[in-house]
Design a binder for this molecule. Sequence first.
Ligand code: HEM
Length: 522
Amino acid sequence: MSTLFRRPNKSVSSIRAIEYTIPFLKSSIPFAFNGLNFFSSITCIVKKQGVVKVSIVNQDVYIVQGSKNIAEIFRNPYLTMTRAYGIALKHCFGMKQRAVNTYRYDTSGSRVKPIPGSNVLNSARIGLPTHENLSHGLLGAGLDQITLRFEKEFYDSMELPEVGGDWTYYPDFARFIEAQLGICVLKTLFGPLLVQQPKFVDDLFDFDRHVMDLARRLPFILAPKAHRARRRVLNGIKNWHRDAHALSEETSEDPRHDGSDIAWGTAMVKDRQKMLLDVDGQDEDAVISADLALIWASVTNVVPSSVTVALHLFTDPSLLAETRQCVERIDPGRQRPDIRALEKQPLLQSLHAESLRFGVQIHIPRAAPHHTVSISNARIPKDELILVSTYLAHNDPDIWNTQEGKHPLDTFWAGRFLIDPHDPFSGPRRRPTQSVPEATRLNSEVEFSVEGLEGAWIPYGGGHHACPGRLLAKRIMILFIAVMVERFDIEPMAEFKYSSPRFGFGVQKPLGKIPFRIKRRR
Ligand code: HEM
């Protein structure tokens, strides 16, 4: 029997609440406006308790910490995230309340069998068809088709005719990568019509720069730039829908043998339009907001994470040389190394994993609409917001190997996920030798490993609701690393440090502009 249905037990402890000093606002200001400091300050309490309650205006939030507890949350089949997504769709992506209510009241989960206790009409289930559309389109067979198209887009984009054998200077590394990589991802998934909307890509990243003001629910008067940026980007999507519908009607052939669609980019995105409109309470404006959420999710983590990894590579000559060797060893002479060969390389895998461990600062939401959740001897009441913080998980000193402080968790260590057979102190776990059998250690080469990191390395969330773009994101980042190191020399021309402008909602980013110069390698 599931722990969810256990009778109340005397040993169940009450959940410790984080104290606050301002009665009405409670912990809202530090939680929403100074998340990094707030979470750093409660780290010890959450770690000791496993679950703590944080009170903000109108609601309590339960923060779960510890790899065992997190793994339990991700495995629990009775948790949903539609309610939390409804809140984000309303406040960040501009969805109207009527359409948001469908997300709010869909307590049936995203498995075919509804969560026991829910009595939602099939026509009002939005979690299930959304999940099936994304999983089908982005995982399994859909992944290879999308990868092929992304590879082509990206190799073409990185021809960069303006960059030759002499240094070319640019004012901002992040903007440069947004323009090159961001456009390729968007074109691959949503087709050329979307990025042809005037200034769409600039508007999207501008919206992202202001999205936290919307998440904090600041009204227009206090955050006009955020509201204007959202209006522009929603208009761009509206016009794209109009153009894509028109082109779809004009085109009689069905070009979907490779999963692509001439008007919508992918069959997944095309099918999604009808799928969403068929759900009770949804209309064209609701689909525009839902599409903004998907478009935003598809680029605003993978692009800055790629910026982070590139900055580490191009500011560390020995790491750069090692990565170049690793890429050039694969199929020497072949101009375009195959992604399937690249993604097997331990160093490239470790660069991807460490850049996400280091950078991802997302609060992963869940709620149990019909049951209380027993975790770490405590009971979380039903229908309350549960958050798992990647920041807390990725900085847990009991889990992660720092080689006795040589590689602190707030620094980037490219080799953190590598097990070196000749070094018993290598590997991501604090005591890695336990998980490396002696026989393997004597024979094998350096290996990439995430063994023993369930509930600890969680950049893509976990369980049934884990990020559907995770395999694509990994391929994008690995191909990006390979192409950048193999083709270019890049020199950042200013000191930089990282900041957390989207703490709880995204990844760390370098603060301010980083001017740089770039030239093609001989
Ligand atoms: C480095 C890149 C990325 C990171 C760190 C990331 C992270 C996450 C996380 C933490 C979640 C919540 C998972 C959970 O609830 O357990 C999520 C959800 C999601 N991600 Fe990603 N993601 C990335 C790239 C992508 C890409 C490339 C796409 C699209 C192609 C994508 C699409 C989505 C969508 C649609 C959801 C919501 C899923 C749902 O409705 O069930 N993500 N992502």
